[in-house]
Design a protein around this ligand. Structure first.
Ligand SMILES: [Zn+2]
Length: 348
């Protein structure tokens, strides 16, 4: 009996809450803001990277709909990419003709009788918006006096063809609904407001915002953050060496310690520092299709220097089970092989 009880508890603790993140738009220069140099696509990508690290530190498993800032992906497909996840969060900043508008908005899914996900979506939105508005220091709206306002939007057509007009207007919320996943679009105020742009262009502010959102989701999903492991830096250590020791990336190690040690870089670390070791990210496998016309080499390791084991033809499908420096580990003829992820497209 005691063994069974312990085993059951451990199993429960290991099942992580899975969050799929979606940076709203592709490219580095999409949706120019009111302040010179502001682009929505770049800011929400940077926010996504910080939010992923903050969520992983708190014990979530995190996925991303797109592999790189330049990758384009249809909005409905991005919603469907959340299949098997507990929640999808799409990150945006909004635009309005009135430059003064600053309020935060989360768009949740329309009411649905296919399970409880629409209610989860609405409640998650109601937890996220005040956290975002507080972190961003949003003042009351000049018109409505509101700091945030959430809403849903019904599609005018029957998108899923079930004879009922009860579908979501927004493609990403529609796609997530098709796979039964609660989803929210978060509008981090308006990039038509110069002050909002300036605030979001500060790296440190994005870090604060990511931490506030991760905290809100931690409370909402009832996640217990893992106890933090620490490590005292020894002579001859480098961030890379320490990261390898704990099975994490040097970037994740730096992200977890940069606030306490602002001078830490990939090349600079000081003997005697006590570093926080973030938990290793749980990798969620995903399916891809080869897009390179000439086919794609399968190599023995993650890089061009590794020898060729064979090739996948254009259009071939496979599952990526691990990611390293833009390369994916697959099973090729029942043996592990590596392919460049530049020449594949994610499918579901
Ligand atoms: Zn957007």
């Amino acid at each position: 009996m005691p063994e069974r009880a312990i085993g059951a508890g451990r199993e429960k603790a290991e099942k992580k809450v899975r969050i799929m993140l979606d940076a709203g738009h592709a490219g580095t220069r999409w949706n120019k803001g009111a302040e010179e140099g502001y682009y929505e696509s770049a800011v929400v990508w940077a926010l996504q990277e910080k939010l992923a690290a903050e969520l992983e530190r708190r014990g979530f498993a995190v996925g991303k709909t797109r592999k790189s800032i330049g990758e384009k992906m249809d909005v409905v497909a991005r919603g469907k990419a959340a299949k098997g996840y507990d929640f999808l969060l799409s990150l945006h900043t909004n635009s309005a003709s009135d430059k003064k508008v600053r309020r935060v908005a989360c768009i949740y899914q329309v009411p649905d009788d296919r399970g409880g996900f629409a209610e989860v979506s609405r409640e998650a939105a109601d937890n996220l918006s005040p956290a975002i508005a507080d972190a961003m220091g949003i003042p009351p709206d000049p018109g409505s006096a509101l700091r945030w306002k959430n809403y849903d939007r019904l599609a005018s057509s029957d998108r899923d063809g079930d004879g009922r007009k009860n579908d979501n207007y927004y493609g990403i919320l529609h796609g997530a609904r098709l796979v039964g996943v609660p989803a929210v679009i978060a509008e981090h105020s308006f990039h038509s407001n110069p002050e909002t742009c300036r605030w979001l262009m500060e790296e440190e502010n994005l870090g604060k915002l990511a931490a506030a959102e991760a905290d809100a989701l931690t409370v909402f999903f009832g996640v217990t953050p893992p106890k933090e492991t620490t490590y005292r830096v020894r002579k001859g250590d480098t961030p890379e060496k320490i990261a390898r020791l704990f099975g994490i990336t040097p970037e994740a190690l730096i992200a977890a310690n940069i606030r306490k040690h602002p001078s830490m870089t990939i090349d600079y670390i000081r003997t005697g520092w006590v570093l926080v070791i973030p938990p290793a990210a749980e990798f969620v496998p995903f399916k891809v299709r080869v897009t390179a016309r000439a086919g794609l080499n399968v190599r023995t390791g993650p890089g061009l220097s590794f020898s060729k084991r064979g090739a996948l033809s254009c259009g071939a499908r496979t599952t990526v089970r691990e990611e390293k420096n833009g390369w994916g580990r697959i099973l090729w003829k029942k043996e592990p092989g590596w392919i460049s992820l530049e020449y594949v497209k994610r499918i579901d």
